[in-house]
Design a protein around this ligand. Sequence first.
Ligand code: HEM
Length: 497
Amino acid sequence: MYDFPSYSILAALLAVIVLTYLRILRGISYTGGVPRVGPDGVLGYFLTALHYTFDAETIILKGRADFGNKPFVIPTLSGPVFLLGPEYLGVVRSSSDDVFNEPVAVSEDLQLPFTMDVHQMENPYQASVLRTDVNRAIPAFIPEILEESTLAMNETLCSSSGDNSVTLPVFDTMTHLIARISNRVIFGIELCRNPHFLHAIVRFAETITLIAPFIRWSPRIIQSPVYITLSSLLGGKKEPLSFIVPYLKKLKKELKSKAQDEPLIAEFLVRAAPPDESIGGIAMRLMNINFGSIHTSSIFITQALFELAQLPQQEIDDIREEVKAALESEGGWTKTALLKFKKIDSALREVGRVYGLMHFALPRVSMRGHDLPDGKRIPPGHRVAIDMKAVHFNPEIYIDPNRCDLFRFSKLRELEGNDSKYGFATVDSHYLPFGAGRHACAGRFFAAMELKIMLAHILLKYDLSFPPGISHRPANMQFNGAIIPDTKAQMVFTVRV
Ligand code: HEM
């Protein structure tokens, strides 16, 4: 007699191993000639892929050391990735989705069929709305973002016990602030100040990048249970949807009679929706916008604060003076005043250059296959990406590239003819944190506006430092190619008198 439950668990485990093996076999059996990082064979692939999952930087540096600037294959648990050097940027950037496809890559990376829905990538009008209505509304958003930043920071960064200092975990604090402040103009005052909604939307946005890889690594037949289990533990779409769907039903009714007094991103999306779009479909696009905003901006502001806390006092005072002068000359917080915050803008751009979100840029799926100049071939259906560090740390472009110099770009902008170059949201061939080409980040001008207001407000109102005994910025963490600031690290915010 055998013990039935343990026998079936064993059988299930065996099936998972066989199916996973079959899935990565495609990567192992590739014979197109592009060399692979790490030892040969199945075990070599698997061990390198595991190493990549927790330390992508070392694997990419090894590939570059072994193969120079030539394309090479990185084994990952989701399949092989063809990492291309800067000279391939032009071809990937300018290719249509028929050649190098972005929506398919996003859908795979975020596992959209499970974590959100799949049909939003068939007609991604949320990106067009961001590029048109939302960008045009930025000047109108500024007073609201400022008001929400001031209120939220007064509540969060000021001690309730009367002390003038608080010590807080930076990443978590900034994530909640970004969620509240962004949602002031996505859904309006009521939802953005609802702590239950904020909790649900932060959990959703912050755990997608954790849940999605596990779904992707799982054999197809168990992907659904993997999503259900992980989302019930970590937070999925169900809870935020329970706030957004009723909100949208009400908004739709109200919009029939009149426009909102304040512009809202939710309103733009409702108006842009095709007639057959369901409320659930619009809600999911707004969740995608929330993900795009919360996940990325919280990382950028945390990295910026870690770097700012290390600056000499004089340099912090110089930033404050520049902000004050801009506000004075423009009569307050306007779009033109924000353009004059060049030191803060430069700090954000430098954080993007040195850290960014990922070790690579422009992840795409090769649809037709691609012949490389040396006769080697990337087969159809395989993943390509641009080696972002090779671009951002190129000593011919960036002097002393390994140094994080927050004023690198503001100094460059002082040179004649450079004033309109090197803005935080300006994408060019040497700067890829927002991607490039037709799919370059649709929310980057919104992100720049929000981050500049938040950082300027923090610097004017608070002194920043690390807790006693800590003099250096905390080291980053890595997961599956992503660069994540230490999520436990704390900083001291002291109200300036
Ligand atoms: C510092 C903040 C941000 C960073 C670093 C960032 C980065 C990126 C990157 C790397 C891409 C992919 C581009 C490509 O593959 O070529 C992207 C796309 C996108 N981002 Fe952002 N993002 C940020 C903020 C935002 C915000 C605030 C929103 C929404 C309000 C947003 C919405 C989007 C959308 C909708 C796309 C897809 C564009 C398309 O496929 O056409 N992002 N972003």
